[in-house]
Ligand binder design. Structure first.
Ligand SMILES: [Zn+2]
Length: 324
């Protein structure tokens, strides 16, 4: 019998590369992590980091397929990364290039789409037919689920909520615009808030720990970012009227420190709030690995049938041999 093939999901964000091997029930069987080399480096360096993580994880095992969850605009065909504010890829045919380099089937999608897919299959979306999913990391990723499917849009670029403008002429954003939502509501926004209060540079995790200890600056940082989260969510709920809102990404580890001010601001800002069901705002169930899990799921769903056809052919050949 052929050994069970490994389905790998790789999430590449502005800070790190996370590769996971994922079982069919969405369980993470192993991980490998690399630091993202940066946004102003050669694209080959990013691809080297991806390759190292995949190789470390796969070892000598047979790889069924690899899914890539990229923090950026992926075209509707899942072939090219059009633009990635936090990565050096600019209209590059990433899928085919990595499939050739790795000699393995590869699929590519936006990281938030992958996280939403994972939350739908194994996590917090569950039986809800429609959901808005936002992932708060370095920036904001987003995805919409309608009738149980991730909406990709005409260009494959639906759900880029992080770059909707909430403050005209506001803070400059890596995307080239100003006043984007993620400039006020993200890991970067959290660390900026603390820095502006004259505190030395702290990571999001350190700020979370400080807030849990009752540190007033850290609590104020979460109150600000949480309120901006609720204001932006009110725009999403007004537009799409989802059954549930799921918040994931590294920042969601702060739980109610972040979500309570968000729920308050959502109720206060949402049009017709008193005449409708305001959707619950819940924390993603799968944590920071959701993007990678969703990418592995996408790889499995896309290529499993091809693999089982190959196994069936092999069985047929063996049967023929035995009766010869
Ligand atoms: Zn932007």
């Amino acid at each position: 019998m052929l050994p069970v093939a490994l389905f790998i999901g790789v999430d590449i964000g502005g800070t790190k590369v996370l590769a996971t091997a994922v079982s069919s029930s969405g369980r993470v069987r192993g991980t490998a992590v690399r630091t993202t080399p940066g946004r102003d480096v050669a694209a080959s360096l990013i691809e080297d980091a991806l390759t190292e993580a995949v190789q470390e994880l796969a070892g000598v095992r047979r790889v069924g397929a690899i899914g890539i969850a990229a923090a950026g605009f992926v075209d509707a065909q899942g072939e090219r990364v059009r633009f990635a504010p936090h990565l050096p890829w600019r209209d590059e045919g990433v899928r085919a290039r990595l499939a050739e380099r790795w000699s393995a089937p590869v699929v590519l999608d936006n990281d938030a789409n992958c996280a939403a897919r994972a939350e739908l299959a194994h996590g917090a979306v569950g039986a809800a037919g429609s959901a808005a999913v936002v992932t708060l990391g370095t920036g904001i990723g987003g995805a919409l689920i309608v009738d149980g499917a991730v909406i990709r849009g005409y260009n494959g670029m639906a759900g880029e909520f992080g770059h909707t403008q909430v403050v005209p002429g506001g803070r400059a954003c890596e995307c080239g615009g100003t006043g984007c939502w993620e400039q006020y509501c993200s890991g970067n926004a959290l660390t900026r808030f603390v820095r502006e209060q004259g505190v030395e540079d702290l990571t999001g995790r350190e700020i979370t720990a400080a807030a849990e200890q009752g540190d007033p600056v850290a609590l104020a940082a979460f109150a600000s970012v949480g309120e901006w989260l609720g204001v932006g969510l009110a725009n999403l709920v007004a537009s799409f009227d989802p059954q549930i809102v799921v918040v994931g990404g590294g920042l969601s580890a702060a739980g109610d420190l972040l979500l309570e001010p968000a729920r308050r601001a959502l109720r206060e800002s949402l049009v017709g709030a008193e005449h409708r069901t305001v959707p619950p705002v819940v924390r993603a169930a799968l944590g920071p690995e959701a993007g990678a899990i969703g990418a592995a799921d996408l790889a499995r769903q896309t290529f499993r049938s091809a693999g089982s056809r190959a196994r069936a052919r092999l069985r047929a050949v063996r049967e023929t041999d035995r009766h010869r």
